[in-house]
Design a protein around this ligand. Structure first.
Ligand code: NAD
Length: 482
């Protein structure tokens, strides 16, 4: 699409210095005035969506409806934080040690410069929705996007500037992960990383050496469970969206489908027929259901997972092949059955349009199958019996669980936290956690009246000690005091 500079440690450090200077002024702008910038940014993204839809499609090869998901996500998340950040960042009164005499206020202080490291799969959404709350919290952001999607990041920077964000508060550094990414972890005051589990471990360890905080949003191998009482047609629709959105290159995409034995055959027939009918292609219009994979490396990984599964006895029910006749990195949406634990596609994240389907007999078995994964990012459960379906949902080891939906219900409900358990990450985006992680707490305790002396001469007197112990006992019994 164009040339971008390859930044290394020197350029990253220059960006950090500029950002740190800008942050020092930004911190004294009240949060409700900061929010105005993001209200304008929200509107600009929606007004100029055609521009960014083209750029995202050109950089990633995704179909237009999936690029629009990114625009919608940025609008929903930015709108939410612009409205909520001022009250979430307000100082809060906390209960003091001595009622009436110790006054405690919790103040929220920004870290300074937040390093945001983003992947290529949702380049608009992930770069913007992690940066917006960091900026609203009073930080500057240095963003390192994936090298393949730098123009999307630069478009975000232009829109923020147009919305009135002061200079140098949002700086983009283009470069490779091991150089620019590592340099950013070495110089930022907090790191917000989204990417693979392998890289997340490296980034987390590097941040830990500097004793800075990091949130790590990592990979998934997400399961969908279809109970015997589920609405078949709706569940098949959900599975199609869950497995094949963005050609499966979505961290919360469904890669494992467990269907109750009583519905299994009907589900499989319908799902395979609908999968085979999906329209493959990427025009800058709304005419396709599935776009290209993003790169040769992605095509190789997805092909290898399917080859490996076939060689070990899996059956291809739909798809299963690359489609160079459509474009160099296209791969057909693929449904496999007969997948067993020694196959790569069973345990590892494929990150492509490949889903494995198998039957189950009881809810207990479905829960055990779904939880039998090192990952714990997203899950989905379908059923008509609300109580039983919700009870099952609550036992799934994942940061988000969607009921009668594949992934959008939880992703789009930005008032609730979202993130990974187990190997899927540390920390949360969305909700109050997604904003407050970009701050430190500072507790200011003001003591009035007599000094509280819990040691020394006063307590060496037996009478005084008895009074202190009696007070401690009494306060535990007074509701609301402890
Ligand atoms: P990746 O880990 O290869 O790269 C992610 C980012 O990290 C890129 O910007 C890359 O340049 C940078 N990077 C690479 N090495 C680095 C290093 N040593 N130090 C610092 N930065 C480094 O991941 P990817 O292949 O680009 O993205 C796909 C992965 O991301 C999948 O596993 C997917 O599940 C995951 N993902 C997770 C979420 C989530 O919210 N949990 C969202 C999207 C994608």
């Amino acid at each position: 699409m164009g040339n971008v500079p390859l930044c290394g440690e020197r350029e990253v450090n220059v960006a950090i210095r500029r950002a740190r200077k800008a942050a020092a002024a930004w911190v004294s702008v009240p949060p409700d005035r900061r929010a105005k910038v993001f209200e304008r940014f929200h509107d600009l993204v929606l007004d100029r969506q055609d521009e960014i839809l083209d750029i995202v499609q050109l950089e990633t090869g995704k179909a237009r409806p999936h690029a629009f998901e990114e625009v919608a996500d940025v609008a929903v998340t930015t709108g939410y934080y612009a409205a909520r950040a001022p009250s979430l960042l307000n100082q809060k009164r906390r209960r003091g040690l001595v009622p009436g005499l110790t006054r405690v206020t919790e103040v929220r202080v920004p870290h300074g410069v937040v390093g945001v490291i983003a992947p290529w799969n949702y380049p608009l959404s992930l770069a913007a929705t992690d940066s917006v709350p960091a900026l609203l919290a009073g930080n500057a952001v240095v963003l390192k996007p994936d090298l393949q999607t730098t123009h999307t990041a630069l478009w975000i920077a232009e829109r923020l500037q147009e919305a009135g964000l002061p200079d140098d508060l949002f700086v983009v550094v283009s470069g490779t992960g091991p150089e620019a990414g590592a340099a950013l972890v070495d110089a930022a005051d907090y790191v917000s990383f989204t990417g693979s589990t392998a890289t997340g471990r490296t980034v987390g360890a590097r941040a830990a050496r500097r004793l800075i905080g990091a949130s790590l949003e990592l990979g998934g191998k997400n399961a969908m469970i279809v109970r015997g009482d589920a609405d078949l047609a709706r569940a098949v629709d959900g599975a199609l969206r869950g497995a094949f959105t963005n050609a499966g290159q979505l961290c919360i995409a469904i890669e494992r489908l467990y269907v109750h034995r009583s519905l299994h055959d009907a589900f499989l027939d319908r799902f395979v027929a609908r999968t085979a009918a999906l329209r493959l292609g990427t025009g800058l219009d709304w005419g396709y259901d599935i776009g290209s994979l993003a790169s040769a490396a992605q095509l190789e990984k997805v092909s290898e997972h399917v080859r490996d599964a076939i060689s070990k006895g899996a059956t291809v029910r739909a798809g299963g092949r690359g489609r160079p006749d459509i474009g160099p990195f296209y791969f057909e949406p693929t449904v496999l059955t007969g997948v067993t634990p020694e196959m790569k596609v069973c345990a590892e994240e494929t990150f492509g349009p490949v889903v494995a389907l198998r039957p189950f007999e009881t809810d207990e078995e479905a829960i055990a199958l779904a939880n039998d994964s090192p990952y714990g990012l997203n899950a989905s459960v379908w059923g008509r019996d609300r109580r039983a379906t919700l009870a099952l949902a609550r036992r799934l080891e994942a940061g988000t669980v969607n009921v009668n939906d594949a992934y959008i219900a939880a992703w789009g409900s930005v008032d609730a936290p979202m993130g990974g358990t187990k190997d899927s990450g540390v920390g949360r985006r969305h909700g109050s956690e997604g904003l407050l992680k970009y701050t430190e707490s500072r507790s200011v305790a003001e003591q009035r009246g007599p000094a509280v002396a819990l040691g020394g001469a006063w307590l060496s007197r037996p009478g005084a000690r008895r009074v202190a112990a009696a007070l401690l006992r009494a306060t535990r019994r007074i509701p609301g005091l402890r």
